[in-house]
Ligand binder design. Structure first.
Ligand code: MF3
Ligand code: CO
Ligand code: CO
Length: 247
């Protein structure tokens, strides 16, 4: 069963979503070549604290970081550390905050002085795929209409969709029902209803869709070590279409 949020819950999720969005945008702006991913994470801690929120990821299933920072061939779940961000990198930042009991979950891939046109195309396509998914997040549609719309954008651009990680419902917990694959035929799964809150998050690869997890037990990398991009918004389904809570 997919939870339906009450009006009061939705209001709290607007707040947690907007905090997550603000942290995301501030982090994206703060990136400079030479900084470590841990420095980025420390800034995230400071910003969350200032807004009365905390990381929803730290300790989740034993995850050791405050945010996830994944560079280039890293898809998701990169643990902040000593690695330095370099000119030409793409940096995927995934932020989960908890505020008054509710989670906001959002991600962005930032290009740091990227000039490679294929990498730029990958990042733009992934963002467009998210937008296409959001456009299908309308009451009365079925869940896989979202999945299919995301996949179409990726595949039409010649890229591949990560299959081993998916979008999800979100609320008091980071991951609630349902799982939302970023691929598949349209018209399947539960009917979308007003009050559902979903985290849509396409992960799109330059090369093949296959991924591996490295020795740190968390970082997901592309098997062919080509680049991957990730964009995510927490959205609410309302009477008048999708409302992006993490704008
Ligand atoms: N990438 C996941 C999501 O956005 C959350 C990461 S959970 C963590 O749904 F524990 F790895 F942080
Ligand atoms: Co996320
Ligand atoms: Co998520």
């Amino acid at each position: 069963m997919i939870g339906i949020k009450s009006a009061d819950e939705l209001q709290l999720m607007r707040e947690s979503g907007s905090i997550a969005g603000r942290v995301r945008d501030a982090l994206a702006k703060s990136i400079v070549p030479g900084m470590t991913t841990l420095e980025l994470s420390d800034y995230a801690s400071e910003l969350m604290k200032k807004q009365g929120a905390e990381s929803a990821f730290l300790g989740y299933m034993g995850y050791p970081g405050v945010i996830c920072v994944s560079l280039n061939e890293e898809v998701v779940h990169g643990i902040p550390g000593k690695k330095r961000i370099q000119l030409g990198d793409i940096v995927s930042i995934d932020i989960g905050v908890r505020f008054k009991g509710y989670v906001g979950d959002t991600a962005v891939t930032v290009m740091v002085g990227v000039t490679n046109p294929e990498v730029i195309r990958l990042v733009r396509t992934t963002e467009r795929a998210l937008e296409a998914g959001i456009a299908m997040a309308v009451a009365g549609n079925r869940l896989s209409d979202i999945s299919h719309a995301i996949e179409r954008v990726a595949v039409e651009s010649g890229f591949s969709v990560v299959q081993d990680f998916v979008g999800h419902g979100v609320g008091k917990k980071v991951h609630e029902e349902p799982q939302i694959p970023n691929f598949g035929p349209p018209g399947k799964g539960p009917v979308l209803k007003s009050g559902m809150v979903l985290a849509l998050e396409p992960m799109i690869n330059m090369g093949g869709h296959e991924v591996d997890i490295i020795d740190d037990k968390w970082t997901v990398v592309t098997r062919d070590r080509k680049q991957s991009a990730h964009f995510e918004h927490t959205i609410a389904i309302t009477k008048s279409g999708a409302e992006i809570l993490t704008k």
